[in-house]
Ligand binder design. Structure first.
Ligand SMILES: O=C(O)c1cc(=O)[nH]c(=O)n1[C@@H]1O[C@H](COP(=O)(O)O)[C@@H](O)[C@H]1O
Length: 281
């Protein structure tokens, strides 16, 4: 039987901690590393971070958009990076935020979650705002291949509230609460009476402050991982995460991209920034 993503992630986090290092090759960071804004730089930057943190953290999260901006050559770098992480035993979350009508969703799912795809990752981020049900092809493929998904629920950007908080005063609750319910039901379906985490995770920004309480969302019902961006560059700290997530904190995989990369390109400095962030968590 294939070991499912949720179980693999939970086991790795128990040993290595709750930090995911994001790989976001922004032009200004490439410049700060003394590099140009080109594909050679993209490769040096992304492999530089992977090499520095591979034995320290359970997961890396390349931001797909920042590879796509170099076209096919950038995608080739992403393919190599995903393969190198696999070889180093680091789990990967492709941050692609895909979401489309079911038939197209099946193609996105095969790009990121199918064993045969050159872009295969251990998990992919998905947007449920065409309806949670539209993600079904990805949920099914993830289950078949032992991979996972992280579904946007409450994002870290201030504009997210205009969609995600909608309905908060209705009896059915907010849009975000509905996403949490559907993801929890999916894990309950797959896990049944089994213990541990399912492979349907959620994305909840570390910056949402008291929103969880206000929207009456209990993330411990998820029985799965919570990807929490917002650490470092967006201002959140380990203490904020513990306060925001409360009883669900053990499920949190905090992610930091610019906050770690800004310490580079020196490998010792990248490791030091990573170890400091792990300690804060
Ligand atoms: O899905 C994500 O990872 C994500 C969701 C969210 O709500 N907010 C958010 O910042 N992200 C991503 O997380 C990363 C955050 O980067 P830093 O702010 O540099 O740590 C970026 O790649 C964002 O696209």
């Amino acid at each position: 039987m294939i070991e499912q993503f949720g179980q693999r992630l939970q086991a790795k986090m128990a040993v290595q901690g709750q930090l995911c290092v994001g790989i976001d090759p922004h032009p200004e960071l490439l410049l700060k590393w003394g590099l140009g804004d080109d594909v050679v730089a993209l490769k040096r930057f992304s492999h530089g971070i992977l090499d520095a943190v591979a034995d320290l953290v359970p997961v890396i999260k390349p931001q797909v958009a920042l590879f796509e901006r170099f076209g096919s050559a950038g995608i080739a770098v992403l393919e190599e990076l995903l393969a190198a992480a696999r070889a180093a035993g680091v789990l990967t979350i492709a941050d692609a935020k895909r979401g489309d009508i079911g038939s197209t969703m099946a193609a996105y799912a095969s790009a990121w979650l199918d064993d045969a795809s050159p872009l295969v990752a251990d998990a992919v981020t998905l947007s449920p705002y065409l309806g949670f049900g539209s993600l079904r092809p990805a949920l099914e493929l993830a289950e078949r291949t032992g991979r996972g998904v992280f579904v946007l629920a409450l994002t870290s950007n201030p504009e997210g509230a205009s969609v995600q908080h909608t309905g908060a005063t209705e009896p059915s609750g907010s849009v975000a609460a509905g996403i949490v319910r559907e993801a929890s039901a999916e894990n309950a379906r797959v896990l049944g009476q089994g213990a541990g985490w399912g492979s349907t995770g959620l994305v909840v920004g570390a910056t949402v402050e008291d929103t969880l309480e206000a929207l009456e969302i209990d993330l411990t019902t998820l029985r799965g991982p919570i990807l929490a961006p917002g650490l470092g560059a967006q201002g959140a700290t380990g203490a904020d995460l513990r306060r925001v997530f409360g009883a669900a904190y053990p499920q949190v995989l905090a992610t930091s991209s610019r906050g770690i990369a800004a310490a580079g390109p020196n490998q010792a400095a990248l490791r030091e920034a990573t170890e400091r962030t792990l300690a804060d968590l």
